[in-house]
Design a protein around this ligand. Sequence first.
Ligand SMILES: Nc1nc2c(c(=O)[nH]1)N[C@H]1C(S)=C(S)[C@@H](COP(=O)(O)OP(=O)(O)OC[C@H]3O[C@@H](n4cnc5c(N)ncnc54)[C@H](O)[C@@H]3O)O[C@H]1N2
Ligand code: MOO
Length: 403
Amino acid sequence: MTLIALDDAQRRVLDGAQPLPAEDVPLAAAHGRVLAADVRARRTQPDRDVSAMDGYAVRHADLAAPPSRLRLAGVSAAGRPFAGRLAPGQAVRIFTGAVVPEGADTVVMQEDCTAEGDAVLIAAVPHPGRHIRQRGLDFSEGRVLLPAGRRLSARDIGLAAAMNHPTLPVHRRPRVALVSTGDELVPPGVIPAEGQIVASNGPYLAAALEGEGAEVVDLGLVPDRLEATVAAVQAAHGMAADVLVTTGGASVGEHDMVHRALEADGIDLGFWRIALRPGRPLIFGRRDGMRVLGLPGNPVSAFTCALLFLLPLVRALGGRADILPQTEPARLGVSLPAGDQRAELLRGTLAHQPDGTLTATPFAEQDSSLLSLLAAADCCILREPFAPAAAAGEPCRIIRLGL
Ligand SMILES: Nc1nc2c(c(=O)[nH]1)N[C@H]1C(S)=C(S)[C@@H](COP(=O)(O)OP(=O)(O)OC[C@H]3O[C@@H](n4cnc5c(N)ncnc54)[C@H](O)[C@@H]3O)O[C@H]1N2
Ligand code: MOO
């Protein structure tokens, strides 16, 4: 079987992955969700000129010959504006956030003023317009501040509230069913018998998927038996999963049941060998609106396939505008030999150099079973197929690894 190129495989997985339908959710439930429509400001902020300081609202023309003695005409507090208009020679006591009275064009902070009964003595001569936040300084009604496809940060929620939206239109979260296959697997906390290992792919994938806003249902550990694997696939249909993710059994061994179970289920299947290290075997299929990704069992291979296929698919279904992992430039910390036909994702560390450049140093050990180094990595260094030998200091591209 020939190896297929990484970008070709990504295109096939993402082909036709349309954003899921929209629903309105209250602001309290919108953090991390993806906007299904542009969100416009429903008001202008601030909707009047307001003070940025506690002090006195004045007419700048009255400050020409300091110290200036102005008569106090009243008070403007936040939420309780001064009703009248400022006449020449007058000042209004004003507080932060309060509406600047008509006639005033400048605020003097109280540290530069001395109150004397019903007058105020002003020593400073600020610039005209000082300490006034002009109407519309933040945003104007009708402006799109949060575009469709944006994943909402906590700051975005604050902005949406200020724009006067109690709810936001967001895409439904992709529902993902997880199945970990392998006779050798026991759950974390159980002491493995000889030859058994503690399953880590499920916990990793659940965390990574939830981090991308998916709703995850972990269907648990499934032995390498056809009936058990078919039952897990049916359970995924039963919960109306948008994506079924399996790990293990993606390769060619006689215990590798996943593709047989998917075929038995009538899933239109592609079994690929991708020009990628680690992460060569990958199963992909679809049936009745459910997409299936069969990831390799080796934990780092499962990770690279999640990074490059599964998480982008979940972002696309979730309506995100940014789907593929972003690469950025760095310089190699060590020399590397020429590559072969497989693209490589080398796990490594990043260091900032005094000249502002970033050095990426791959770990010497790159075996696809090494979870300790995967967790320690800051980045993956992406090498194209047939990359020529490269010396330390030469440019490279990296994908930063976050939470
Ligand atoms: N003859 C060949 N053998 C293999 C090939 C090949 O082309 N020909 N490909 C190798 C590559 S590359 C990979 S990657 C693996 C993928 O194999 P499977 O997807 O079939 O995975 P398993 O055999 O089930 O497991 C591989 C490895 O990973 C461990 N594992 C499995 N599930 C988990 C889990 N949930 N948590 C942690 N670790 C897990 C499992 O114990 C094995 O050690 O195949 C190569 N072989
Ligand atoms: O692709 Mo396997 O993923 O090399 O370990």
